[in-house]
Design a protein. Structure first.
Ligand code: SAH
Length: 484
């Protein structure tokens, strides 16, 4: 048997209108004040001096203050005390005086002197999750907190608030526990929670009223979330994307979505690769539409996962129009688009007070897209072009820009596999763009950043190997043709 102490007893205390003493007026005390005030406590701060923000709270009448050295009579009427001074002797005296009066005391960062501890917390409105390691491993508690923060949707707060407000009506309608339990089950898995997640408070309320009235549930209809997966680095996923990936029944993903991102998704979801490769079409756009419809109509939660952002050269608009026309509910989660990710990971600020006041996202994947671009506008200087393109079109792209007057010396940075471990960046000037891309055998996916700012990559790069600049000696000539 180990001689570990017994576990702490968890407690959520109602501090409204109750006196809490905080001893100490510095930065540590300030951090302790905020949750106490949020809980409605009447806080008395006893301290020699108040640091500026604490003094401001006092001036605003939000706390009371007693100046000077600690004396036990400060504890008069207190339910709880926090000792947050940097003087161990004072902290010890506070703890002893509190113990004698049976007042719970927390001495910041001193387990032995504390009779209560404040847990790591996750808050969603009235819903709170408190984590304690018994004081032995606060880092572990904090780590868990971060994990749960990413997993628990913000909208849980609104849901918890609704349930708190309506608890009497729910009880009246379902006086017996089994019925109440079933009601909550359908509530949490059904449209009420779903409407809150979609940011539709009115819809959630209406769904709640319908559920309470015992309206028969409409047949389960699935929905589609159009989710941006970012450029490859899983760290660039949004929290919302991560949550949806963990709730999905079916994930329809592009080829561009990296394995690191897919590894974060729910294991037993159905993964269907629908990506399109320039030459080798896996599933046509119509086929993608049909798959979304089939799975949504079967009541499944479908995530349509796209590289980068779904609305930037991702045909996301067409997919939503299709879903709308077929009455399927949807939501859209933005992703970090290739232009933003490649710029960040290559050290190229897309705008810069000295070099560029605007930035354009351009696609130049095929000849038709080259013909429809406004070349005169693109050739203007002091602007940045972020060009989503196959590397095969670089020569035509350069020629058109030059013939419309963009300087041959305009810097570029060509970013291959931006944000991924195998990222490469080639820098140079517009004149040499196709030759340098060929020399370094740049492959798709690659994003071209053209404009004065691109030169900054040579000094501001920080991720992966340094840019292959024009002066870099050529590698052995590639023996394969450059891929499109
Ligand atoms: N919706 C996507 C773009 C799809 S078009 C987004 O918002 O990023 C595909 C083009 O995006 C590729 O040809 C390439 O030019 C660019 N691209 C996507 N991911 C990239 C990456 N990791 N590195 C460089 N370019 C990328």
């Amino acid at each position: 048997m180990s001689d570990a102490p017994p576990p702490l007893f968890p407690l959520f205390a109602d501090l409204r209108g109750r006196r809490v003493l905080v001893v100490g007026g510095g930065a540590v005390a300030r951090r302790k004040l905020e949750p106490l005030l949020a809980a409605g406590a009447r806080v008395l701060v006893g301290a020699m001096r108040l640091e500026a923000e604490v003094a401001a709270l006092w001036a605003a009448g939000r706390i009371d203050h007693v100046a000077g050295a600690f004396t036990p009579d400060w504890l008069e009427g207190a339910w709880l005390v926090v000792a947050a001074t940097d003087d161990e002797g004072v902290n010890r005296a506070v703890a002893a005086a509190a113990e004698a009066r049976r007042i719970w005391a927390n001495v910041v960062d001193d387990l032995a002197l504390s009779s209560y501890q404040s847990p790591a917390r996750i808050e969603r409105g009235p819903l709170q999750i408190a984590i304690s390691s018994g004081g032995g491993a606060p880092m572990l508690a904090r780590h868990l907190r971060e994990k749960l923060e990413t997993e628990l949707d913000e909208s849980l707060g609104a849901l918890a608030a609704l349930l708190l407000r309506e608890r009497h009506r729910i009880r009246q309608r379902h006086p017996r526990l089994p019925g109440r339990r079933r009601f909550f089950d359908t509530l949490l898995a059904g449209p009420v929670a779903e409407r809150f997640r979609a940011g539709d408070a009115d819809g959630a309320r209406a769904a709640f009223e319908a559920a309470l009235a015992g309206a028969p549930r409409s047949r389960d209809v699935g929905s589609v979330a159009l989710v941006g997966a970012g450029p490859g680095d899983p760290g660039l996923l949004t929290l919302r994307a991560l949550r949806l990936l963990n709730q999905a029944d079916v994930i329809l993903h592009d080829r561009l979505v990296g394995p690191g991102v897919l590894a974060l998704a729910r294991r037993d979801a159905d993964f269907i690769e629908v990506g399109k490769q320039a030459a080798n079409h896996l599933v046509s756009q119509d086929g993608i539409h049909a798959l979304m419809l089939e799975h949504a109509r079967a009541g499944r939660r479908v995530v349509r996962l796209k590289g980068g952002d779904p609305f930037v050269f991702g045909r996301g608009g067409e997919e939503l129009e299709f879903l709308h026309a077929h009455g399927i509910g949807f939501e859209v989660v933005p992703g970090v688009t290739a232009a933003l990710a490649c710029a960040a990971y290559a050290g190229v600020p897309l705008t810069h007070r000295d070099h560029a006041q605007s930035v354009r996202f351009v696609t130049a994947h095929c000849k038709a897209s080259l013909d429809t671009l406004d070349w005169r506008a693109l050739a203007q200087e002091k602007q940045t072009l972020a060009v989503y393109m196959g590397v095969a079109g670089l020569e035509a792209f350069r020629d058109r820009l030059l013939s419309h007057g963009r300087a041959a010396t305009t810097p570029f940075a060509l970013v291959e596999n931006g944000s991924r471990p195998e990222q490469r960046v080639v820098t140079g000037t517009l004149r040499d763009l196709p030759a340098l891309a060929a020399r370094h055998a740049v492959q798709s996916p690659a994003l071209l950043i053209l404009g004065e700012v691109a030169a900054l990559a040579d000094t501001l790069h920080w991720f992966g190997p340094a840019p292959l600049a024009a002066a870099t000696p050529a590698p052995a000539p590639p023996d394969t043709a450059i891929a499109a």
